[in-house]
Design a protein around this ligand. Structure first.
Ligand code: PGA
Length: 249
């Protein structure tokens, strides 16, 4: 049985004080929940303080990005080792904003996945097609290529703790969610690709979560789909009440 996985990606929002305040209120309501895995991905600057606020709760901490090298002359970058040091357990890798705004390609994402896993971080590996790709009937081909190149040379052991986030680019921050059946179709395809590469056990157990304009009103329809194991929430995770309604769908 795959446990619902609900992650909030705050992107470039919230100061330390705002982030800690949110975390403290969140743990009052769902800080001991074990039926659902709840993950917060606040900005780098707030990670240590949020880790401290979440201590003793069942809520997990994630970063939003990392560099693939453990250390070195990479001005402005953050390594897996540093993230572990702040108390992170997860890291988002290959978010479409990283791919489109910062030019990240599948091979760089593959290096980041390897680095995060080697330091014991659990990656939330994002894939998804653009509107143009969907309109051209390329959705399956695009996600399959992102999976194959992104997970290149990763063993079955390596990906045991990986989460896959299917996030159609056209649904992110647009208010235009994929219909539950549309998302289900992509998730089933992704699970099938994982089965072909890693076999039944991995494909049956890996969490495949959906992202793109998830909100308290559409969460139940999405979670009712057999291959949707959770959600990666952007905008609607910034407001405490809305995020709690999503967690408690
Ligand atoms: P959104 O973002 O919920 O604001 O569409 C989702 C994401 O980027 O992960």
């Amino acid at each position: 049985m795959r446990r619902p996985f609900i992650a909030g990606n705050w992107k470039m929002h919230k100061t330390i004080r705002e982030a800690v305040d949110f975390a403290q209120h969140l743990i009052i309501v769902c800080g001991q929940s074990t039926e659902r895995r709840v993950v917060l991905a606040p900005p780098f600057t707030t990670l240590s303080a949020v880790a401290e606020a979440l201590r003793g709760s069942t809520i997990h901490l994630s970063a939003q990005n990392l560099h693939d090298k453990p250390a070195g002359a990479y001005t402005g970058e953050i390594s897996a080792k540093m993230l572990v040091d702040t108390g992170c357990e997860y890291v988002i890798v290959g978010h479409s904003e990283r791919r489109t705004l910062f030019g990240e390609k599948n091979d760089f994402i593959n290096q980041k996945l390897k680095s995060s896993i080697s330091f014991g971080l659990r990656p939330i590996f994002c894939i998804g097609e653009t509107l143009k790709e969907r309109d051209e009937g390329q959705t399956f081909a695009v996600v399959e290529e992102q999976i194959k190149e992104g997970l290149n040379n990763l063993s079955t052991d390596d990906i045991t703790h990986t989460v896959i986030a299917y996030e159609p680019v056209w649904a992110i921050g647009t208010g235009r969610t994929a219909a539950p059946e549309q998302a289900q179709e992509a998730h089933a395809y992704i699970r099938d690709v994982m089965k072909k590469i890693y076999g039944e056990h991995i494909s049956g157990n890996i969490a495949i979560i959906y992202g793109g304009s998830v909100n308290p009103d559409n969460i139940s329809g999405l979670m009712a789909q057999p291959d949707i194991d959770g959600v990666l929430v952007g905008g609607a995770s910034l407001d405490l009440e809305s995020f709690i309604r999503i967690i408690q769908f």
